[in-house]
Design a protein around this ligand. Structure first.
Ligand SMILES: [Mn+2]
Length: 359
C-alpha cells in the first residue's frame, strides 16, 4: 500500500500538484472501509479523514498513522479520542491549509462538497478521476492473490448454482444458494446482484434474478461475483435445460468466441484485438447484431474498471492486469448465452483465475 502512495506521488509531481484528495479510492489507499477521505501530499505522510464513529476502526485497520476524525456536533469525548468538531469539508480544508497545498487533485466528489471546500480554503482543485484508475489497472502481487481468492469463491458459487439448477426452481432460489455458498466460503458480499436469467430473461444482458421458475427448453445465464478483502470477482456460465439443437449451438458459439478472444490475451496485445477475435466468430455465424456489449473489462476493487475490451478501446494489455473475457449473444425467443472468466496477464502467458476444470 505504501508503494501505491509512492506511485501516486510520482503522478502528482508529474502533474504539478501539491496534494491529492481521494474520496472514492479510500480503501485502496488506506486499507480500511472506515476512511471518508485520504489526503496524500506530494511531500510527507498521508492523512486519513474519517467520522468520529469510524475513528477506532480506522486506527485499527489502516496503516496510515495520522487519523483525523470529524463530528458535526459537540459531544463529550472518551480519553484518547481525537475529534475535531466541524463539517468534513472544514477538516479537509484545515489539512490542506496545514500542508500549504495550492494545487489539489481529487478523484471524484460531489460538486457541493468541492464548492464548500473551496469556500473554506482557496486552492486550485482539479477533478482527475483517471489518475487513480490508471494506477489501479496494474495489480500488485498482493492484489492478484486477493483477486485469485475472490475468483475461487466465485467458482464455488458457480458450481453450487450448477447443482441447484433444475426445472421448477426459481431464479431467486438458485441465486440464494450460490450466494450462500460464497458467503460460507468467505465472501464479504456479492460484487453485484447475482444474475440468474432464464428463458425470456436470458436475452436481457442485465436481467437480475426473479421469482420466475426454470422450465425445460430454456437457457439459464448465471453471472455472479464475490468480494474478498475488497477485491471483486466476475464469472458467467450458461446452462441449458433440455436445450434445443439451436440453443446448444448458441452456447457452443459463445464458448468458441471466448476461447478465440482468450487466445489473443497477452502482455502487449491491443484490447480492441481481443474484442475483435470474439466478434469475428460471432459475426461469421450470423449473430453480430445480437452481440451488443464489449468483450470484457478490468476487475479489481470495482467489478468494472479499466481497461475496457470493446471495438473502440484504445488500451494495451499489460503484465499485472486482471481482466474478464465475456462474449455474449442474446437472441430474442431463442435465448441468451454468455461465458465469462477472469484472466491474469503475466509477463509471459496468462492465467485463468475463475476455473481450471470445466463447468
Ligand atoms: Mn463482467
Amino acid at each position: 500500500m505504501r508503494k501505491r502512495i509512492e506511485k501516486l506521488k510520482d503522478e502528482l509531481v508529474k502533474r504539478g500538484l501539491d496534494a491529492f484528495l481521494a474520496v472514492q479510492n479510500t480503501r485502496y489507499l488506506a486499507g480500511t472501509t472506515a476512511a471518508k477521505a485520504v489526503i496524500v501530499p506530494t511531500e510527507g505522510s498521508p492523512l486519513l479523514i474519517c467520522s468520529r464513529l469510524e475513528f477506532d476502526q480506522a486506527k485499527r485497520e489502516s496503516w496510515i498513522r495520522d487519523v483525523r476524525a470529524f463530528s458535526g456536533w459537540k459531544a463529550p469525548l472518551r480519553r484518547g479520542e481525537r475529534v475535531i468538531f466541524c463539517k468534513p469539508w472544514q477538516l479537509v480544508a484545515n489539512c490542506m491549509q496545514e500542508l500549504d497545498a495550492q494545487a489539489v487533485g481529487y478523484d471524484h466528489a460531489r460538486r457541493e462538497f468541492i464548492r464548500k471546500l473551496r469556500a473554506a480554503y482557496t486552492a486550485s482543485y482539479r477533478e482527475l478521476p483517471e489518475l487513480m484508475l490508471k494506477l489501479r489497472k496494474i495489480k500488485s502481487r498482493e492484489e492478484v492473490s486477493l483477486l485469485r481468492r475472490s475468483a475461487k469463491i466465485a467458482t464455488k458459487g458457480m458450481r453450487c448454482a450448477a447443482e441447484s439448477i433444475a426445472v421448477g426452481r426459481t431464479e431467486l432460489e438458485v441465486a440464494a444458494e450460490a450466494e450462500r455458498e460464497m458467503r460460507m466460503a468467505g465472501s464479504e458480499g456479492t460484487s453485484f446482484p447475482t444474475i440468474v436469467a432464464s428463458g425470456r430473461n436470458s436475452w436481457l444482458p442485465h436481467a437480475s434474478a426473479t421469482r420466475k421458475r426454470l422450465r425445460r427448453w430454456e437457457l439459464v445465464v448465471v453471472d455472479l461475483g464475490a468480494i474478498y478483502n475488497g477485491y471483486t470477482s466476475d464469472m458467467t456460465r450458461t446452462f441449458a435445460l433440455s436445450p434445443t439443437k439451436k440453443q446448444f449451438t448458441l452456447i457452443g458459439l459463445v464458448r468458441r468466441a471466448q476461447k478465440a478472444a482468450i487466445g489473443r490475451v497477452r502482455n502487449g496485445a491491443k484490447t480492441s484485438d481481443v474484442d475483435k477475435a470474439a466478434r469475428e466468430i460471432i459475426s461469421r455465424a450470423g449473430y453480430a447484431k445480437f452481440s451488443p456489449h464489449g468483450t470484457g473489462h478490468g476487475v479489481g476493487i470495482e467489478v468494472h474498471e479499466p481497461p475496457g475490451l470493446a471495438p473502440d478501446s484504445k488500451d494495451i494489455l499489460c503484465e499485472g492486469m486482471v481482466i474478464t473475457v465475456e462474449p455474449g449473444i442474446y437472441v430474442p425467443r431463442l435465448g441468451g448465452a454468455r461465458w465469462e472468466d477472469m484472466i491474469f496477464i503475466k509477463a509471459r502467458g496468462t492465467r485463468i483465475l475463475t476455473s481450471l476444470e470445466e463447468i
